[in-house]
Design a protein around this ligand. Sequence first.
Ligand code: UT7
Length: 322
Amino acid sequence: MPNSRIAGTGSYLPEKVITNQDLEKIMDTSDEWIRERSGIKRRHVAADDESSADMGLYAARKALDAAGIDATDLDLIVVATTTPDKVFPSTACIIQRRLDIHECPAFDVHAACAGFVYALDVADRFIRTGGATTALVIGTETYSRILDWEDRSTAVLFGDGAGAVVLQPTEEEGIIRTAIHADGKFEDLLHVPKGISTGYSPEDPEGAYIQMKGHAVFKKAVATLDSMAREALEHSGHGADEIDWLVPHQANLRIIAAAAKKFNLPMDRVVVTVDEHANTSSASIPLALDVAVRDGRIKRGELLLFEAFGAGFTWGSTLVRF
Ligand code: UT7
């Protein structure tokens, strides 16, 4: 059975930037509070006519270029998103059409902020079992559309963007180990309360926007880091001391710092983009990965660890030889 390797990465950020100072003007918050509690300084926000599929497509094209392959070589597309363009078809099908390719399986994975780790695991299993040879995995989100811009407890924390990777088979090490989990009993701590079958209406601020019990989510996210650290390395044949880069989900700098501690990594071995991008949910890991690959920090052959925690709760980690 082959392994799968990351053959190329890409990302996209919308042009419009909203700084903490901009938010100070429209709500009762401060740059100091946002930076101290979350590490966030600014976030990118999609234009009115810009969607998750648009951003995912840009990121995908860059990942395909970086991998040196043509879209016609793809035989699987998996998109992690909780903010799809349409109820159906999937954002993956919309992106497939725009890439002008036909017939390969294309579907979305919905696992909130852990979505990319879930989608990567699915695509990796396709490749290992011979179901695909060249897979496109995208994380793309437009959270600005599910934020109540009058709710300071959530509006300051999220941003929009997309990241993508191309996977191909290898006989060498690639994606070494992924562990994913969910526990739906925490549903109400972080959710958008209404969906299509329960009366979603964009005019209903109680139903249509993110509601989060931030402190409870924070505590659970930190408490889960232990098992994530253990599981990623278990049976992998690698120790924490071999990890070159931690590429964590970018929700909060304090959670990221706690994760670095669990893996015994100094912060200069951790890719941090939360300051510039805020929390982009499913997009945050592939976006951070692409930033660090393109600026030359992450190099071929290095050992990377992805870890994510999000609504559900869902969580997971992936150990990768890049
Ligand atoms: O990606 C999915 C997973 N999501 C996360 O991992 C997010 C997890 N949670 C967090 O990152 C943090 O809990 C937050 C950044 C959301 C909040 O930090 P905190 O240290 O847990 O603060 P808190 O929720 O306990 O709130 C402290 C105070 C409250 O005031 P009182 O009740 O102490 O008077 C809030 O009303 O801060 C107040 N507050 C704000 N003040 C200024 C809440 N939001 C704001 C704001 N600006 N934007």
